[in-house]
Design a protein around this ligand. Sequence first.
Ligand code: NAP
Length: 280
Amino acid sequence: MAEILKGNVVAARIKEEMKNKIKKIEEEGGIKPTIGIVRLGSNPSDISYEKSIIKNCDDIGIKSIVFEKDTSMSTEELVNFINWLNNNDDISGILLFRPLPKHIDEEIIRQNIAPSKDVDCMHPLNLEKIFEGNLDGFVPATPWAAMEILLHNNIELEGKNVVIVNRSMVVGKPLAMMLLEKNATVTICHSRTKKLEEITRNADIVITALGKPKFFSREYFTEKSIVIDVGVSTTEDGKLSGDVDYENVVDLVDKITPVPGGVGSVTTTILLNQVVNACK
Ligand code: NAP
């Protein structure tokens, strides 16, 4: 039976660190860390994510303000609103829910978020820092959540063969840079990769982010595999599932993250930690 790498333990540790940082900010007379959440329309998944962020903010001592906007707003109107948030001293960090409506030019929006309030790491300058190996600024929450799980569990990365199955800018590419910074040897796989099973079986650590429920069967792993499952999707019977066929893999591999309860339970905490850092 594999060791289960649970996210809530990691999230709890980071939350405690955040509470201490907030206390220190208060003692020094600083403002209360505040996240400005910008939501266009009322997409149910945005609303559910928003509720979870607000609950976490309340638990930790972060103020949250939701700005609900109409989906019909133009790129220019959204830029003007983002600029208003950039110049608003009461807002420490800005979170803009994506994907944006198709008529909005996301590239222009990304360029206009103040890098110092860009807690979701949208601005090209913040992304560039990661590609330069600088992990001290804002980082994209999902790949850093995967990293936190590895680091918290003292899983050695130096010289290890790590395979990431995802090449997006939200997960795979920044994650590869973070792992390189920790001296891992990184392979990025994607939908055109040949002999994926062979590649994952030869890895020390496999990180999956496909969004395809139970895609990775036992054949992709060995008893030495450490498996980090970033994928979240629903099966035909409506249950939440990761990319890995967890029930059939858990007795084979060395270590594995569950879904739910793994990477996803750390992501929001990482985002909020950056709101506190932005406030500092
Ligand atoms: P994405 O852009 O759709 O990326 C999916 C990746 O999987 C692509 O690189 C794709 O390859 C690859 N892929 C698809 N089918 C494949 C196959 N049969 N074999 C090998 N590779 C395959 O999605 P994303 O935005 O990066 O997000 C990925 C998943 O992460 C989401 O579906 C979601 O479940 C999860 N996610 C989790 C969290 C969290 O907090 N846990 C947060 C965000 C996202 P190509 O590039 O060739 O198409």
